[in-house]
Design a protein around this ligand. Structure first.
Ligand code: ASP
Ligand code: MG
Length: 405
């Protein structure tokens, strides 16, 4: 009998009617002749409100206790979903991450899965039950509850699909699939039928957050194809899989947009070995996540170094760089928010030339100035003024032939 793993996110769990609808869909999938494992998230907003609650007790809650707390969000929904299936006349068993055999390390709040021992799930499946597993959680070898990082139910689903050798893995969510661009920005964006893991990762790291990146990395590493589709209707979604012949024919699969970025420039950095290292070690030690880095051509023994980061990260930075600049004898530190990143992504770029030229040309036609450029094998990203980001996305979407007719 084919085995299907289906993951339902927080919005699909948002209240009793939604949970009943999910129960119906899981039951229907079983009645079509499949063994079914459902992974569920907490009701939307619940994980956030649990975090808020903890912070009202103490600004810095202990990881172990925080995970104990956060795991209750999913423990609620597994029980409710199983009850709803039983109420429909089906057979269901709810399981916590620990009961489902998900063993992790002890990095609380962002634990890694070490091993999955799926025989308890398999026993219930053999007995004809739909197994409902709590997403986002596992346990250490000592039996302490852990969580897998925000959005971690995706990882639970992919990892269980792998451990159970599932025939299909569906990520059911509140969008219809992965789109060529955010449809709120580009109304002519269309649903992508098939996308490669790598493209999905680049889209996610560039702002198109449909899924937790870690789960896509896991799927890529173990080659677990999956489908992102809507939990609200039956239409097919987007298949995410390893690249296959023919997929390279499409030069640009999608365009990803990320606003709320900031740019930092340190001027007149002495052009010696070690200066960039000093700057970025300090940035890393402060746990600031940065993105595009550009160093200008050195002029008379000094250079300018710029990098981008999220505006919130900029607020956390304080006067860290001013102090470093002073130490290494650099000039001033300039900070600018109100910028955005636009990325065009596609594995076809490896074999097609002229992608950068086409992107820059269409931005030029729109009078949009490029402040920084960064490339990878399958991505070209530009940093531009945030006010132009919608126009830029529209222009690039049309230029690369992605518009829906
Ligand atoms: N409930 C968790 C969160 O909000 C996990 C998930 O939804 O995937 O991050
Ligand atoms: Mg979620």
């Amino acid at each position: 009998m084919p085995l299907i793993v289906q993951k339902y996110g927080g919005t699909s769990m948002a209240g009793p009617e939604r949970i009943q609808a999910v129960a119906k869909r899981l039951l229907q999938t079983q009645q079509e002749g499949n063994a079914v494992v459902g992974i569920v998230s907490a009701m939307s907003g619940v994980t956030n409100s649990l975090i808020r609650l903890a912070k009202e007790i103490t600004p810095d809650p202990q990881g172990r206790e925080l995970d104990m707390l956060l795991a209750t969000g999913e423990q609620t929904t597994i029980a409710l979903t199983a009850m709803a299936i039983e109420a429909l006349g089906g057979k269901a068993v709810s399981m916590t991450g620990a009961q489902a055999g998900i063993l992790t390390d002890d990095f609380y709040t962002k634990a890694k899965i070490d091993q999955i021992l799926p025989s308890p799930i398999q026993e219930h499946l053999h007995a004809g039950a739909i197994v409902i597993v709590a997403g986002f959680q596992g346990e250490t070898r000592r039996g302490d509850i852990t969580t897998l990082g925000r959005g971690g139910s995706d990882l639970t689903a992919i990892a269980l699909a792998s451990a159970l050798h599932a025939d299909e893995c569906h990520i059911l969510t509140d969008v219809d699939g992965v789109f060529t661009c955010d449809p709120r920005i580009v109304p002519k964006a269309k649903k992508i039928e098939v996308i490669a893991y790598e493209e999905m990762l680049e889209m996610a790291s560039s702002g198109s957050k449909v899924m937790q990146s870690r789960s896509v990395e896991f799927a890529k590493k173990f080659n677990i194809p999956f489908e992102v589709r809507s939990s609200f209707h039956e239409a097919r979604g987007t298949i995410v899989q390893s690249e296959s012949r023919g997929m390279e024919q499409v030069v640009v699969r999608g365009i990803s947009v990320e606003g709320n970025q900031a740019k930092v420039t340190i001027t007149n950095v002495p052009d010696h070995p070690g200066c960039a290292a000093r700057i970025f070690t300090a940035v890393a030690d402060a746990q600031l996540v940065i993105d595009v880095i550009v160093q200008d051509v050195s002029d008379r023994g000094t250079t300018n170094i710029s990098f981008t980061l999220n505006s919130e990260e900029l607020n956390k930075m304080g006067d860290l760089l001013e102090r470093i600049a002073l130490e290494i004898g650099a000039g001033s530190v300039r900070k600018e928010s109100g910028i955005a990143k636009l990325s065009v992504v596609g594995i076809g770029m490896r074999t097609h030339s002229g992608v950068a030229a086409k992107l820059f040309e269409c931005l030029a036609r729109g009078g949009i100035n490029i402040q920084m450029i960064s490339t990878s094998e399958i991505k070209i990203a530009v940093i531009i003024d945030e006010a132009s980001i919608h126009q830029a996305a529209q222009l690039a979407h049309t230029a690369f032939g992605l518009d829906r007719e």
